[in-house]
Design a binder for this molecule. Structure first.
Ligand SMILES: Nc1ncnc2c1ncn2[C@@H]1O[C@H](COP(=O)(O)OP(=O)(O)OP(=O)(O)O)[C@@H](O)[C@H]1O
Ligand SMILES: [Mg+2]
Length: 271
């Protein structure tokens, strides 16, 4: 559904940021985007969103060239959650904030009411409908930004490091929400420095290194086969290391999976 075709980009100061990047994101995928600090992850998503324009190459949506289309147009089909979601909130209440996108789309007042109600419910924000967005905590602000995308019925959500600086309960809650949205068909592209999240939730991982795509494959391939994880600014999740250290253990993408596999094995030996 979204494609970067041989995209080259810099910020106009001659310092190369991205060179000849080719990425194809299919409908329904759950993709993690990783790489060391400053490698160009946010830039990739800003290019997809239309907040930056490539120097050369093209951005496509459903096969159509949208390279010159602005961000406002693209927000009809791509939801974008900024690293600091408060920077994208301007209305006095959560429900007004979530209603803004549907209003811009020209939905009828009844459609807007239904879309906002459903989006707030899906993100667990019904009780916060009348709250002033700046007063919410970071996890809640992120959910407001996600609710805005849901209310616009976008097919894709891009999130820039949504879990950084959050406690584990907020993290789990956000990842459960994204998993549920993905199960309903939403395409998810998530920038993260969190290796556990890449392993446990993403079905495909893209890594940027040396100004271009350095890896594109499953988390299992990445964490078990790549010898240059450190150079790419990544590390092997503990659960994967543990499962690789125990002979004949299957690949485990989380500590929960590893513990279950160990318990099953212990149960098996006791019989
Ligand atoms: N507005 C800008 N003007 C000039 N250079 C920029 C600008 N924004 C980013 N850069 C540079 O472009 C490169 C890629 O930045 P980008 O923010 O995309 O990296 P990132 O992978 O998202 O980093 P992080 O992990 O720290 O969020 C970096 O070298 C950065 O310094
Ligand atoms: Mg970034």
């Amino acid at each position: 559904m979204l494609e970067m075709n041989d995209v080259t980009f810099n910020y106009g100061n001659g310092v190369p940021v991205l060179e000849h990047v080719n990425v194809k994101i299919n409908a329904g995928e759950f993709i993690g985007l990783g790489g060391r600090n400053g490698c160009g992850k946010t830039t990739v998503t800003r290019l997809l969103m239309g907040l930056e324009k490539p120097l050369s190459g093209a951005i496509l949506h459903d096969g159509q060239d949208i390279t010159r289309q602005d961000a406002a147009m693209r927000s009809r089909f791509i939801g974008y959650v900024f690293q600091r979601p408060e920077r994208q909130m301007f209305r006095a209440t959560v429900k007004e904030e979530v209603a803004y996108g549907p209003q811009q789309l020209g939905m009828s007042p009844e459609e807007i009411q239904t879309a906002v109600r459903d989006a707030l419910e899906a993100t667990g924000l019904t009780k916060a409908a009348d709250a002033y967005p700046p007063n919410l905590n970071r996890g809640e602000k992120q959910r407001v930004a996600i609710a805005s995308a849901i209310a616009m019925h976008t097919k894709c959500i891009i999130l820039d490091e949504p879990t950084s600086g959050q406690d584990s309960a907020d993290k789990d809650r956000l990842m459960a929400l994204l998993t549920a949205l993905n199960a309903e068909g939403m395409t998810i592209l998530l920038i993260t420095h969190d290796m556990d999240i890449l392993a446990a939730y993403c079905r495909r991982v893209l890594v940027i290194g040396h100004h271009t795509k350095a890896f594109d494959g499953t988390p299992q391939e990445l964490f078990t086969q790549r010898a240059d994880l450190y150079e790419l600014g990544l590390s092997r999740p503990e659960a994967v290391s543990l499962s690789m250290a125990v002979p004949d253990m299957p690949y485990c993408k989380s500590i929960t999976e590893f513990t279950a596999a160990m318990l099953e094995r212990l149960g098996g030996t006791r019989k």
